[in-house]
Ligand binder design. Sequence first.
Ligand code: PMT
Length: 306
Amino acid sequence: MEHEYSGLLSQETKEKIDNFVKFHKQNNTNVVLITSGGTTVPLEHNTVRFIDNFSIGTRGSASAEYFIQKSYAVLFVHRRRSLRPFERKFHNVNLLKLINKNEPNAPTELFKVNQSLINFNFDQLLESHQDAVEKNLILNVDFITVFEYFALLDYSCRAISSLEKNALVYLAAAVSDFYVPLNEMPEHKIQSSDGNLVLDLKPVPKMVGKLRSEWCPKAYVVTFKLETDPSLLLTKAKKSIEKYQHNCVIGNILEQRKNNVLILESNGKVTDIYLNEEKHCEIEEMIIDHLCTEHFLYKKNQPSYG
Ligand code: PMT
């Protein structure tokens, strides 16, 4: 698979990632690599049509904010134009930039009114964003296709491997399961005049094994397992952890993903995290709380982690 995505990353992006990691290595900061949003599968080299999925990056962008609250630096590898930390609650991303620059024309008052409607503290959000930027705690890099995703994942994991156990990998992106390999893809737009379109999609290679064994073997690695049938969730999560030998799988059911997840750790412990009327927070806050504790124990070399 290497030959299919090598060369897709610009020198500028590589340098940004390297500098970010170097900075946090010097400061001994925990760094989390978060993947977020859905990958696309192009059907033509000159792409007119592509296969997409439902993910808009809520899980990844919300999680990034809570990791930053815990003083982690976040390398945020996300689908272009999907939700980003701090900006996710705004319909117009540029608005946040205008307000942050104290642009007099920014309709601050209007948004302060909306703030009360959607129940979040506007000033606090701006402050947290500003603080994260000033402390260099967030680097946004984006992908669109599954090929770009793999190029970024590969490069970023190798970069953070120098941080050893201070690195955490949190794979929340919804990665395409089937694709057209580059060498089988037509150059130009598929013609509707050719009649029915029959697609022969190949399974996308799984990257978690390589990530675990080669790219960043000492990082604490968290993957997600998405199912629509609740009876499969725990079994599939267990299989995944047995196969890849990573640290943790977070199982979620598509319809309930904002209210309930199951966290399965490599030592067999299962934690059921759910929101009810008494818990006035986002589920990501509870997930990140839990993971930061587990990461801390992992770094302390708890016996169960070997
Ligand atoms: O973005 P939202 O709308 O908030 O939705 C969040 C979510 C439901 C997408 C998220 O919580 C989630 O479950 N993400 C993982 C979905 C997925 O691709 O699951 P999977 O079983 O296909 O993959 C297992 C794991 O390996 C995932 O962590 C995935 O990111 C990773 N993977 C998968 C395939 C592949 N080729 N390479 C990978 O790295």
